[in-house]
Design a binder for this molecule. Sequence first.
Ligand code: NAP
Ligand code: HSE
Length: 429
Amino acid sequence: VTKPLRIGLAGLGTVGGGVARVLISRADALAMRAGRRIVLTAASANVVRDKDLDLSSVSREDSPLALAARDDIDLVVELLGGHEGAALELVEDALSAKKHVVTANKALLAHHGGSLAALAEENGVALSFEAAVGGGIPIVKAMRESLIAFDVTELKGILNGTCNFILTQMESTGRAFPDVLAEAQELGYAEADPTLDVGGADTAHKLALLASLAFGTAPDLAAVSVTGIEHIKPADIAFAREFGCRIKLLGAARLNDGALEQRVHPAMVKAGTPLADLEGSFNAVVADLGEAGPYIFEGRGAGRGPTTSAVVADIVNIARGAIGPVFGRPASSLVRANPTPLEARQGRYYLRFQVLDAPGVMASISRRLADAGISIDSMHQPNRPPGEPVAIAMITHEAQHVAVRRALKAIAASDNLFEEPCMIPMENT
Ligand code: NAP
Ligand code: HSE
């Protein structure tokens, strides 16, 4: 009889509580899938928030680090969060002790993925992270195991459920940003520190991991250019509709002649396309494989259910004996690509200026744009009584990112503006 796989679970919050429930309540079904029993042997958490979770068969450790030291544990599930401190120490200790690790911690892997992958391979154990990207979507497995006959040339996606929930709720209900963010937190979508979600860092963590899986590069978080959604106003959401678009927080990566572009920013996406029409906490990833692509993966991207699904899938895969290289290639082969700066990007841009509706204001904005070689494609200015503040929105023809930034700086320095200009790239999807 094959020996059971014995699990030590660190963290019993939104995700950990869900994983504990499934491991206990669906033990027979999982044993059937895995070909051996999977036993939740020990757990560690500051508090158990699920009052009805029966952990009577599970031994408890005060410190999560104790899980890595126990002889009766084969696999440690890290669901504490954070890219350093207890999470990092636990994963390093567990791998060094030749225990498999499953984690949902994209921050940890985006910061330390290269060295942790090397440690896992050195010790002949798995380090699996399906839940770290795209919630329940099996995108890591697809990138690691399925999309390999041809090179991925480009990938882009909506990778943060909290931001997609906020943007779609603001659009469909007119609710204010802080109110919708509070609901995303209640629903278990947001990070313990939600500035990671709305500031774009969480999307950057996931993008760095996807880029590594896609292009065989070491995760390079520092090279991701990141803009979040905090500056998006209801006016931008309304203007997007006027221009036939929806605003989405995108993560996009492309390897071109050995140079890697990784960017995270809100983008104007043409309505009616799969990424533009993605609602609520859903995530989607579009991967292009040249002659064999593109492929689109979509599903629930955040919250207890989808994340638990991905963590448990990793555990069952390991129970079956799947211990491949962490990023789909040997850790020693992961290369460091030259980053392509966002400033070099050529594209069209949505611009919004909050100005005083007075003679010459529009002319002054157009002149500064023209001085930077930027031409306006279309424009929208709602009616207002003269002398009142008004928002002017426009879309430019193709321009270089750095030129647009320079023009906006000059415009922002004028007396006519009430707030910083807003700039959102138009995205071809
Ligand atoms: P959470 O609800 O805050 O749960 C974290 C758990 O870990 C809590 O039980 C917490 O205890 C415990 N913990 C943290 N540090 C600890 C320490 N040093 N010692 C003992 N216990 C400690 O977070 P979560 O949403 O479950 O997220 C867990 C991980 O999954 C994170 O890496 C997150 O990025 C990732 N993830 C989350 C989602 C999602 O939708 N929520 C989706 C994908 C990935 P206290 O509550 O007492 O602090
Ligand atoms: N906070 C993350 C999100 C959780 O909203 O997408 C899933 O990784």
